[in-house]
Design a protein around this ligand. Structure first.
Ligand SMILES: Nc1nc2c(ncn2[C@@H]2O[C@H](COP(=O)(O)OP(=O)(O)OP(=O)(O)O)[C@@H](O)[C@H]2O)c(=O)[nH]1
Ligand SMILES: [Mg+2]
Length: 243
């Protein structure tokens, strides 16, 4: 890995249908990027499957988590893994083919001028495909809600397709993040603002998952309702520098 290399982090939980499609697409679209799959001991054997199929590619790394499952904790473990190994940029994306690896190059390019780049569905050129109307309405509402409460000034604060520079991750004190679902992305954006980092949006077209199952839960939705208020009025987030 080059000193200023790119690491793409993909959290997985029961994604054995998607991983065999995603990994080759990702390496084809972003050949310069290493890939870290952060798997939460998926009962369907996602991590073993990834290892068996793609383990001979030196760009692939698998972080196998044990203990309590959690999307937020998985991202944080991935960021720390990247910081420890000296990567210069981290891209993060979902495994379910909602996020198209063809957008990685633009996210990385924009990150040369900005500390944080959000892959945005709700900016010029961005969009959503195949989402049921109800799901789209929920996402648009969620983003307007977050924007009104947090005053972050971004169009897509809940997007999970992003790029962070090393400087950004180090400034955001990621170890202390408590959120887990969509609120995790919002809290990361909020911390970026708090740390005075520059945030840009780059268009992505998001496609609804067709294989595997969503892990969105009631708890995740509740968390995304109250977390923006907590961030604004009682977050008590203080950013210590990390590395
Ligand atoms: N490591 C880890 N990954 C997870 C966990 N929950 C979800 N993921 C992964 O995080 C990504 C996003 O999860 P999804 O279930 O697609 O959630 P979503 O995109 O909000 O929901 P849908 O729009 O319905 O797909 C996928 O790659 C999941 O496999 C978890 O607890 N641990
Ligand atoms: Mg999804």
């Amino acid at each position: 890995m080059a000193a200023d290399g790119v690491l793409t982090i993909v959290p997985t939980y029961n994604e054995r249908d998607n991983i065999p499609l995603l990994v080759p697409r990702l390496f084809a679209e972003a050949p310069e990027s290493d890939l870290l799959i952060v798997d939460d001991a998926s009962p369907d054997g996602t991590a073993d499957l990834a290892q068996d199929r793609f383990g001979n590619d030196a760009r692939l790394h698998i972080l196998r988590r044990t203990g309590l499952r959690g999307l937020g904790r998985s991202y944080v473990d991935g960021y720390l893994w990247a910081l420890e190994r000296g990567y210069g940029r981290v891209v993060q994306m979902d495994a379910d083919l909602s996020h198209d690896p063809r957008h990685i190059a633009a996210l990385v390019a924009v990150s040369h001028r900005n500390d944080v780049v959000l892959g945005s569905r709700y900016c010029q050129g961005g969009g959503v495909e195949n989402w049921p109307r109800r799901r789209l309405a929920l996402s648009i509402f969620a983003n307007r809600y977050v924007a009104a409460v947090t005053r972050l000034g971004v169009a897509d604060a809940t997007s999970g397709f992003r790029c962070y520079t090393r400087k950004a991750l180090a400034a955001m004190d990621v170890r202390s993040i408590a959120s887990n679902g969509y609120a995790f992305q919002v809290e990361m954006t909020y911390r970026a603002r708090l740390a005075g980092l520059s945030i840009a949006e780059s268009p992505i077209v998001f496609t609804d998952r067709t294989l595997g199952h969503s892990k969105m839960s009631k708890r995740v939705i509740w968390e995304s309702i109250w977390m923006p208020w907590k961030l604004r009025f009682g977050g008590g987030i203080t950013l210590g520098s990390q590395k």
